[in-house]
Write a protein that binds this ligand. Sequence first.
Ligand SMILES: [Zn+2]
Length: 333
Amino acid sequence: MIKKRKKLNGSLNLGIIILLLVVVCYITIMLFDEAYGGRFYIPEVEDDMDVSKSYDFTEDDIMKIDDIVSEKNIDYLLENNIDKTLALGIINETYYIDEYLEKYLNYHVINSNLSYKEVVARVNSHIDVEFYTETEKTDESLGKFVILNKHYYASKDYKGESLIVVDKEYNLYDTEFMLAEECYQAFLKMYDDAKNEGFAFKINSAYRSYERQINVYNGWVEQDGVILADTYSARPGYSEHQTGYAFDIRDFPLTNDDFSKTKAFTWVSENAYKYGFILRFPLGKEYLTGYQYESWHYRYVGLEAAKYIHDNDITFEEYYEYFIRFNNPRNLT
Ligand SMILES: [Zn+2]
């Protein structure tokens, strides 16, 4: 009996010692781990977290943005723990479109090196998705504001408005060209003024039907392959030549392929906006327009839009999305 009790006492003592050792080891490991932020470390969480406070949005912040940000998006910011500096940085960008808030934030996650301005410009131009994926039918009723690019497409039957035949005098070749009437009238004014100042150019492409674009695009694909052809030629339905509001010009009589090296180009690039035209695919904006720099391709958008695009150095993609599609206030200067 006594022997048994001694044995029992002995094993109890050993048990307590082992337990103490385990506890000491555990505390040591946890302290060490916490100090170094290791894998066992779990940060403390406050139970009654106040959502708006924890993300630093004050009532005042919300008041300042609630005329541009919908209630739904304000809830989204608060519920998803969006960083305040990031959110306000994007919301305060000039061409911020509230419908795209979530897209901007997602695009920023994978492109955190870009400025907020760039994030907004790229998402507004739909280059957050690959070209020719997730495309949308363009609003064909918008006349001179119809947009066609690698995101927006038109139906086979769409062909601008009131197309009229261009007088042969303005053609580089003996081909029949057509343009939307408003665009043609503006072209005639620009042509006359350029001529009076000693510069000459001729049209070498204007309206192109969907069917014609099939031949043009397939021809380039046959010659250069799809990848290269896509950098300078639009797939059928995606070419803005289908609107009748776009044309290509060459200097005359030189017919230089590189129009950008001509004096006529210098004049046109400085003056086109005064007639309602924009250089549609500018140098340095290839990543937004999806096309190589084309010094010869002009698009009619009317006097007000052309001046705004020229003065603010933006693309038609950016202008369209902000001013036309989402009809944002025009009180920008
Ligand atoms: Zn063109």
